[in-house]
Ligand binder design. Structure first.
Ligand SMILES: Cc1cc2nc3c(=O)[nH]c(=O)nc-3n(C[C@H](O)[C@H](O)[C@H](O)COP(=O)(O)OP(=O)(O)OC[C@H]3O[C@@H](n4cnc5c(N)ncnc54)[C@H](O)[C@@H]3O)c2cc1C
Length: 261
């Protein structure tokens, strides 16, 4: 059994109505949206793999959020809920009252379309984070395997990394144009895996990298985030390794391919 104490923290949920302050094209398929406003006061994100729930306008053009009850979020009868999607709080600057979100423009979806068209002054409602998973600080290595949707979290992991911990990051992207500068640090090795035309749902670059991966000496925490089926496959590959404790794996499906994927 693992001796490391990974913590799951719960937070009271608040919904914040924020405005787009500015946007930035990071790569051809990644757009940065910085939001802010008075309602950001008190926002806190404790861990790099936190997520917030973003609420987008419904078909009537209104943003409708749920009420939080003892059984979780509920919508009152008769209202049309807003589409909601999970995103990583990439940077929170409390002093400037700004929250940065990085969106993959994958071309087909409410969130992707909203981000592609977002302009200063647009409204976005941000809920949460509802929980934080805080990885114990006594691992020797953090090994991360993720696609572009995981890139905001991986970048945050690397920025917030304890200098005593070494990191290995395998990041699958569409092509070389999607590479982003990441914080250079001793003990950090980043490997870009470029699909160059293969579909993100059926690529096996992360799986191949994990099969070939030999953890350095010491104890390793494994963090995985990509398409759901692939995240399950990656977890299984790790579980087949007798030296890997299941408590030292966090594998999350960040998006779900359609039936054709
Ligand atoms: C904890 C967590 C954190 C996340 N953080 C981020 C983040 O910081 N940045 C980010 O960009 N994404 C992030 N994601 C992923 C994001 O929530 C999903 O990609 C989401 O489905 C996008 O919503 P959409 O409305 O654009 O598309 P949807 O309406 O959900 O899907 C429409 C179609 O697009 C496909 N699709 C969805 N996402 C992708 C994709 N990335 N590539 C290819 N096809 C896709 C679906 O299979 C579907 O066919 C995160 C997810 C989780 C669970």
């Amino acid at each position: 059994m693992s001796l490391h104490e990974n913590l799951k923290l719960r937070h009271a949920v608040r919904f914040r109505q924020l405005q787009v302050l500015r946007t930035e094209t990071l790569t051809p398929h990644m757009r940065r949206i910085v939001v802010g406003g008075e309602e950001l006061d008190g926002f806190h994100s404790a861990a790099p793999d936190d997520h917030v729930k973003l609420f987008f306008p419904n078909a009537e053009g209104r943003i409708v959020t749920p009420e939080m009850g003892p059984d979780g979020p509920r919508y009152p009868q008769g209202v049309q809920p807003s589409p909601a999607r999970d995103y990583t709080p990439r940077v929170h600057d409390a002093e400037r009252s700004e929250l940065t979100l990085d969106f993959v423009l994958h071309g087909d979806g409410v969130a992707s379309a909203w981000a592609a068209a977002a302009q200063p002054g647009d409204t976005l409602v941000v809920g949460g984070p509802r929980a934080s998973f805080v990885v114990a600080d006594d691992y020797d290595t953090l090994a991360m395997f993720g696609d572009e949707t995981a890139l905001p979290a991986i970048a945050r992991w690397l920025e917030e990394l304890d200098p005593m911990v070494q990191a290995r990051a395998f990041i699958e992207i569409a092509d070389a144009g999607e590479r982003q500068p990441l914080p250079p640090a001793p003990g950090v090795e980043v490997t870009w895996l470029e699909r160059n035309g293969t579909d993100a749902a059926t690529s096996t670059l992360l799986e191949d990298a994990l099969r070939d991966f030999a953890a350095p000496l010491g104890e390793t925490f494994y963090w995985i985030a990509c398409e759901s089926r692939r995240a399950r496959t990656l977890r299984k590959l790790l579980e087949e390794r007798p030296e890997v404790d299941s408590d030292s794996i966090r594998a999350t499906g960040y998006w779900k391919a359609g039936p054709e994927g």
